[in-house]
Design a binder for this molecule. Structure first.
Ligand SMILES: Cc1cc2nc3c(=O)[nH]c(=O)nc-3n(C[C@H](O)[C@H](O)[C@H](O)COP(=O)(O)OP(=O)(O)OC[C@H]3O[C@@H](n4cnc5c(N)ncnc54)[C@H](O)[C@@H]3O)c2cc1C
Length: 372
């Protein structure tokens, strides 16, 4: 008796999301990952080469709060697959993990290369097709994928092309694309910070082009839809009784006094910025000048002019979540077509949240395919 052939599933995009879904599906379906480059290449630069693969938040509602776009949608997704499940998967494929003080989770090897190799070994049941998908068409009972070389027919198609290209495929299927914008980026500023380039305080890193660092990445994400230029203010010293300090240190220069709170080069920069001689002795600082100094440090104003892609760089925007069923990741517009990963209008802060989105949405998509 002829053996019944397995249903055919195409996964378009061999990044973390596509490969994780392929892993889940490989023993049940005939799975083809269509990817023009080597699979999982995008994993290599993650976490500065160390791969921050998850965040140690084990309450799924709390976890979802770290996504400026997608929070509500992810409740249902994370209730099915969350941080603990991610760690279980990595343990299963031989990647031991540890949690840093800031709750970011890394492989013990501290090597994204190692994670990629172990992950690739776990994909032995997957066929890779080194081609680029150009379009997806629904036919009577199959789904046709047209690539740069040929056309293929599948029973189900999962689109996991990431946030940097490939929105056209979704658009051609009739999906609305929320305008993609880079988030978790540095900011180019009107002010010239080159003299304090390299100085870091309160999670803000000054650069030749402007500002960067964790606080700025977060702001760039929260304000991603705001038009440039926009103003940012930082409090670099908090509550401080400057008058008492001036009284107690009459012969100290104001620059040296402030360097107890901020790096000396920054103190010098900030003082010059508000028109105060950095070498002025403390007893010569009058009340008005004191207030000006404090005002400047507690409400340090920066004008952002544009994005500098120097961070984790994720895409805010993508396939409109209103058109996706969060219980299955299936398109509400074209049945049999599923989405997962960064191609969706979901993005999180720095700290392992973006990869967690990939693992979780890929898992739910794979389950959705299995249940259909
Ligand atoms: C420098 C950097 C560091 C990062 N570090 C972290 C981190 O430490 N932790 C974290 O959580 N997140 C991190 N991120 C974010 C994280 O890497 C992404 O969110 C994640 O890679 C998205 O996975 P994805 O599979 O959805 O898309 P991608 O990783 O973008 O993969 C999509 C794949 O689809 C392929 N593709 C595109 N178009 C087509 C097509 N038409 N046909 C076929 N294939 C196609 C691409 O070649 C690619 O391989 C980092 C991002 C960057 C840029």
């Amino acid at each position: 008796m002829a053996q019944e052939s397995k249903s055919r599933v195409a996964v378009i995009g061999g990044g973390p999301a596509g490969c994780f879904a392929a892993f889940q599906l490989q023993n049940i379906y005939d799975v083809t990952v269509i990817e023009p480059k080597s699979p999982l290449l995008t994993l290599l630069p993650t976490g500065g080469g160390r791969c921050n693969l998850a965040h140690a938040e084990y309450d799924f509602r709390e976890l979802a709060k770290n996504y400026p776009r997608g929070e509500k949608f992810l409740y249902s997704v994370f209730s099915k697959f969350s941080t603990a499940d991610t760690l279980e998967f990595f343990e299963k494929i031989g990647v031991e993990t540890y949690t840093q003080e800031d709750m970011r989770i890394f492989p013990v090897s501290n090597s994204a290369k190692d994670v990629r190799e172990k992950f690739l070994q776990a994909l032995s049941g997957v066929r890779f097709l080194k081609e680029s998908a150009l379009r997806v068409d629904k036919t009577d009972n199959k789904i046709k994928v047209v690539t740069d070389r040929d056309s293929y027919y599948f029973d189900k198609v999962l689109i996991a092309v990431g946030g940097h290209s490939g929105f056209e495929i979704a658009k051609m299927l009739g999906h609305n694309i929320i305008e993609p914008k880079p988030a978790l980026v540095g900011l180019r500023t009107k002010e010239d910070f080159s003299s304090v380039s390299g100085v870091s305080l309160c999670d803000v890193l000054f650069t030749h082009k402007g500002v960067s660092g964790p606080a700025v990445y977060k702001i760039s994400s929260l304000r991603v839809r705001e038009a440039f230029p926009y103003k940012l203010t930082f409090d670099f010293v908090g509550e401080v009784d400057l008058q008492s300090l001036l009284n107690e240190n009459p012969h100290k220069s104001i620059k040296n006094l402030l360097s107890d709170f901020v790096p000396k080069s920054f103190a010098e920069f900030a003082l010059k910025r508000c028109g105060v001689n950095p070498d002025e002795k403390c007893h010569l600082i009058d009340g008005k000048t004191r207030d000006r100094i404090l005002m400047n440090l507690q409400n340090f104003e920066i004008t952002a002019l544009g994005a500098v892609k120097d961070g984790e760089v994720v895409t805010a925007g993508g396939v409109d979540l209103k058109e996706i069923n969060p219980k299955t990741m299936e398109s509400k517009i074209v049945s049999g077509v599923y989405f997962c990963g960064e191609v969706l209008d979901i993005d999180g802060f720095c700290g392992g949240f973006n990869l967690q989105n990939c693992w979780s949405t890929a898992f739910v998509a794979a389950q959705g395919i299995m249940q259909s």
